[in-house]
Design a protein around this ligand. Sequence first.
Ligand code: SF4
Length: 405
Amino acid sequence: MSGWTSSMKLAGCDPEWKSSLMTILSESNWSEEITPIVEKLKNGDRLSLEDGLKLFNHKDLFEVGRLAKSSKKSRFGDYVFFNSNVHINQTNVCVLSCKFCAFSRTKKSKDAYSLSVEQYLSELEKYASRIDEVHSVGGLHPDWDVEYYCELFSSIKERFPSISIKALTAVEIKHLCKTSNLPIEELYRRLIDAGLGSLPGGGAEILNDEIRDKICFGKETSKEYIDIHREAHKAGIPSNCTMLFGTIENLEDRLNHMIQLRNLADETSMFQCFVPYPFLPDSTRLPEAQLSTANETLRTIAVSRLMLDNIPHIKAYRMNIGDHLAELALNFGADDVDGTVGRESIMHLAGATSSLDYDKYQLGKLITDAGGIPIIRDTKYENFSPYIIKSPQRPRRLKVINTEG
Ligand code: SF4
């Protein structure tokens, strides 16, 4: 990627962001209820679970959003990041049947599929000229071990050397250790040698084992999710981390989830991005799910920006929340939009209707419509290029007013 070289500022790791936040917060007026939290942030103090609850329960959603946006601005100004990617799911065959999952099939299902390496490469070839990242997660195939993935990753690298491989959720890593009879260190070593670049962080759901037993029985435990990511970081593999909300958890569960991720980020500093996304109910089997309103989704994104002071990027995952909410989320603390997404199945089978195969212009426009400056990034947030929208935007008679007023 030609453009700016990596910098602490763009990677969100410049320690100066806290003093910048103090300045930004001092320039605004805040309600009495939220002032103690503002004071903590001005002092560079970390927010507690109780602070998080206050933010979730604060009556003025827009004030919570303004606070989160101040934190985002202190790290990145108006920059908003995106990349060009495709999601290819190598198999939908899975030995588990998580209650929220609309994607998995048994081996005998009529619509079960498992891509051979050649089939996978043919699919990737359709997008290869316009992407720099392939995002691959899938079911826990009972017959696949590390050999399939090593062949897959090394073949991708051989044919498309400039494409980064972001692949495998924590439970897939656990499953591969079992089917390959390998300790995790050795598994990671082999996957890195074959070309694995980073982990997408999927499958965290809610890090509470009582809830996990109800919604995804048999998946890795909360501790295992954290341990699998810790081992990845030790092996030099950066990762994202996620949260699926709006199933059966309460607000404390969401905040405890964030705090567990924050604790690991204190140890390793290798979480790149937090991806909070609401449960989508279509075709899935969780009638007791509370579901998330737009208001709640925006608030959860804002609270994550404020709680996760050591995870630089917060994603507006447009595959799940759609373009309109993603655009608003950029004014509620998110700084990253995923992505051009040539193809995607998991969220779409669960009911997502987000457009696929965007070009850079469409994503750049979404970002500028939200008042942001689009920046193209690579998978690991190491290289950045400004994206200048070349085509004129449609003329507007009504000026779009930024939420800062
Ligand atoms: S969420 Fe993952 S592990 Fe669970 S059933 Fe679906 S594919 Fe399998």
